[in-house]
Design a protein around this ligand. Sequence first.
Ligand code: FUL
Length: 470
Amino acid sequence: MRQSSVFLLLASALFSLPALAQPRSSQDLVKPSAAQLAWHDTEFYLFFHFGPNTFTNLEWGHGTEAEDLFNPSGLDADQWCRVAKQAGARGVVITAKHHDGFCLWPSAYSTHTVRESPWKNGKGDVLRELSDACRRHGLKFGVYLSPWDRNHPEYGTPTYNDVYANTLTELLTGYGELFEVWWDGANAEGPNGKKQAYDFRRFEKLVAQYQPNAIIFSDIGPGCRWAGNEQGTVNETNWCTLDTAGFGRGATGPPADTLQRGNANGAHWIPAECDVSIRPGWFYHPEEDDRVKTPDQLFDIYLKSVGRGANLILNVPPDRRGRIHPRDSAALAGFGKKIHRVFGRNLAQGKKIRPEFQGSPLAPIRFLHQLTDNDAYTWSETGAFVLDLRRKKQFNTIVLQEYLPEGQRVGAFRVDVWQNGDWREIARGTTIGHKKIVRFDPVKARKIRISVLETRAKALLSEVQVFKSE
Ligand code: FUL
């Protein structure tokens, strides 16, 4: 054995990383499905709340609204998609049916739909227009279909499960590929004073049958989970795994704090999705035109959702014309520009990395360059490593990504920079997951050291990126 190998072995024994609680073997780790991995990459998408509430100025319609009310004067789904693209969104989800029961498509299982409205003489279909526009603009398409229905006469009886299954099937089979199906947790008695016992197992099977790549959102997934608030943020510590035993949807869901963090050793891969509206309400209200979130507020939300390993679904409600209001589109364009400015030039791309002798140093020597290849599908085993920017540069943002096909592993890390002959700690974090955006006061340095401090199995990272301050 060569002397250097003996040294490496010794070093790895001395500095081996503390592992988090069980499980230790990577075989035991819960891993995402291929569809969930694609969902993680979708990262940020828009939510459209649109329907009778847009015209009545309500948030929760009663289900008794006349169909005549629904009559957008200039619906333009291409404009919605242009706004989404400008903001950097990769998909959209629309309220096909909200709690008032009105269907934005001419469902065969309801008489409370666009078909009964004056819009396009009852020949319109909002889902058709939007799904077609999404394909033209390269956006993924998803649907919200409220289980709670304040209109349907069968609500509260077993027959309503047939109605829901049939309307869901119309959506799953009629509008091309869906990337997400959204089940909100709100629920109450129906028009007949009865509460519904939902057959969610049946609905899940339909999604699996017709749209195997669609991710189901709810308090307990199974595809992804609510993040436990409607502010669009998740906890700094965010595990993609969750224990669902004993929990249901809505009022019987896991506690908000658990949804915010996940469970470190949870039994199922159910990552967090953060929902928030660009305005105070989910639906369009003219009196909220001057309460649209600013690009900086949206950026802060992005850092606390996508930057903490979650996905972000940002609601932008179309107005009574059926268009995105200029205030909202201006804010989104500003947000998109900001993302571009901050993440436009990765100072780490193609730069050299060397391992620090912590953890297992042998594998990283071969593959560490894959952390700076700008490709999140290549990866390296990592303990601690030093990134050399070649020259002193000023920066205030570091992005780390974990290689998720092998599960989520890292529970803590630290960032140091080499200054005046010594390492200086500039940031510390907990979980990484799909993406961690680390922000700190601007520093000027040539060498950056990232150290994994806690991990459930060998740490596997796929990217490390560095960005200069604005
Ligand atoms: C909730 C609903 O009650 C709200 O109206 C909104 O749709 C929000 C996204 O989900 O459960």
